[in-house]
Design a protein around this ligand. Structure first.
Ligand SMILES: NC(=O)c1ccc[n+]([C@@H]2O[C@H](COP(=O)([O-])OP(=O)(O)OC[C@H]3O[C@@H](n4cnc5c(N)ncnc54)[C@H](O)[C@@H]3O)[C@@H](O)[C@H]2O)c1
Length: 477
């Protein structure tokens, strides 16, 4: 794989200036101008495009609408870049990523790579054929917490690993925001949640296991976020005259107005730093209260604002998808799922996801012949403990308090590693290259197939996929 040889900050273009593109990777570039500069942007939403262009000081000529225009400008030589951050939605990853590779750019691509196994393979082969990097945003691998888990296993701390029990706890408010009201509410419009959310977890399991999966089974369903569970008399929209608004766990004021739910569950209500971030207290009538003083300005409110501040929030709550009652949406994602995996050599693992948790984050337990690792990786803090069977003692391997840093530092770790690799400051094979990420995507497709068809799926079935199209990069757009 071609490593960068240039000098100075990496010149990158951004496709999709939404939450991930603008607020995470774009913001990182703005804070680290010595490492990366965003030299052009494409977003079909004019407000997001303008906000991103202004943040990076770009003239109108370098702020494109559709990604195809940006790629065409790259091919024509009117945009000079070496990397492209592809941050469009799940179903819109393949074409822009192929277009960017075709323009000769290394690609940082959001997960999941694609919505079909064939398209995942197509991306991997296209990048390898072009000798360009394809880096997948499996950010969890770049966290100090999971780095410590991996180092402990590989260093023999628990002897031979026998079983990994891993849980992805999605808090009730986070699930309601993203997987009921939000962009991932319908599997067909995005990807099944085992790819949209827990592809990170399957990727971590594959990485920790250090070997390929052999067989996969899965169960799960949508039990809570459905019409039959709506309180009597609840209207379809939250800010209207809902009779249980004040008591409802998903009322939009607590989530997007005061941020109360996030403070209490996702983070810690008693932490003074978090309290300070919360900003002005909201007062007044129902909608006014939610929007009062702008209210909560951090994620997930940023998703509603979409670069338009209070006006964006108002529009999203009054007429958009985020004002809907969580029991009256068109969602079909499962709200609990268990995946069982047998890895080659007999190591087993369970991965559980549920969307009604008091926690936001992962809990993990790994039992081995010589000891047990137990860890908690949440927004409210991280802790990893090693129990050694022979000494009958426990010791802490990693600890971190509340940082306010989403994804435990993984977002920053990923993009910094990508930039460094383009300056020859990284290992030859990226931690989350397309090739390294392909296997865990195939595990996700296998799990969904197993759940839907009620059977154990052998990974050979998935590995047998072949490209349905020529892997050569498109010559035009
Ligand atoms: N790595 C992670 O931990 C993580 C976390 C959250 C989301 N994601 C993934 O990141 C991706 C983006 O998520 P998001 O929340 O930022 O989405 P988003 O909807 O906020 O942003 C996507 C942007 O793409 C733009 N867009 C759509 N069509 C376009 C086109 N033709 N040309 C140019 N721009 C176009 C949209 O206008 C929007 O601004 C998704 O695939 C999601 O699953 C990854």
């Amino acid at each position: 794989m071609r490593q960068g040889t240039g000098s100075g900050p990496v010149r990158a273009v951004l496709i999709g200036a939404g939450n991930r593109g603008k607020d995470v990777y774009g913001a990182w570039a703005a804070r680290n101008p010595d490492k990366m500069r965003i030299v052009a942007v494409a977003d079909i939403d004019p407000a997001r495009r303008a906000a991103a262009a202004s943040e990076h000081g770009l003239p109108a000529a370098l702020a494109f609408g559709d990604w195809r225009d940006l790629v065409a400008a790259g091919r024509a030589g009117s945009v000079e870049a070496e990397a492209c951050l592809v941050c469009t939605q799940d179903a819109q990853h393949v074409e822009p990523a192929l277009g960017a590779l075709g323009a000769g750019w290394h690609v940082l691509l959001e997960k999941p790579m694609a919505t079909t196994p064939g398209d995942c393979l197509r991306l991997v082969e296209a990048s390898e054929g072009a000798g360009l990097q394809l880096r997948i945003c499996h950010v969890v691998r770049y966290t100090p917490f999971f780095g410590a888990v991996k180092a402990a296993i590989d260093g023999g701390a628990i002897g031979t690993p026998i079983h990994i029990s891993h849980q992805e706890n999605v808090s009730f408010w986070h699930f309601g925001h993203s997987y009921v009201r939000g962009a991932w509410g319908r599997a067909a419009d995005s990807t099944p949640i085992v790819l949209a959310k827990t592809c990170h977890d399957l990727d971590i399991l594959h990485w920790l296991a250090g070997r390929p999966a052999a067989r996969v089974s899965s169960f799960g369903g949508l039990s809570w976020y459905r019409r039959g569970n709506a309180p009597e008399g609840a209207p379809g929209r939250c800010v209207e005259t809902c009779p249980i608004y004040e008591q409802c766990l998903w009322n939009v004021e607590d989530l997007y107005g005061s941020g109360e739910r996030i403070l209490r569950v996702g983070r810690r209500a008693d932490n003074p730093i978090v309290r300070a971030v919360a900003g002005a207290a909201a007062v007044g009538a129902r909608l006014g209260r939610t929007l009062g003083g702008g209210g909560w300005k951090a994620w997930p409110a940023t998703v509603l604002m979409g670069g338009r501040g209070r006006a964006g929030k108002e529009e999203a709550l009054l007429r958009g998808q985020y004002g809907r009652c969580v029991f009256a949406c068109d969602n079909d994602q499962v709200d609990h799922q268990v995946v069982s995996i047998e890895f080659e050599g007999g190591l087993t693992s369970t991965m559980t996801m549920e969307g009604l948790s008091n926690l936001d984050g992962r809990t993990i337990r790994i039992d081995g012949s010589e000891g047990t690792l137990e860890g908690r990786f949440t927004y409210a803090g991280e802790r990893l403990e090693l129990w050694e069977h022979r000494r009958m003692k426990k010791r802490v391997l990693h600890r971190s308090g509340l940082t306010g840093n989403p994804h435990g530092g993984g977002d920053q770790g990923l993009v910094a590693s990508f930039a460094d690799s383009l300056r020859g400051r990284q290992e030859a094979e990226a931690l989350t290259s397309g090739r390294a990420s392909l296997e865990s995507h195939l595990m996700g497709f296998a799990a969904e197939r197993a759940r839907l068809e009620g059977r154990v799926v052998g990974m050979d079935e998935l590995r047998a996929i072949r490209l349905s199209v020529d892997p050569a990069l498109p010559s035009g757009l």
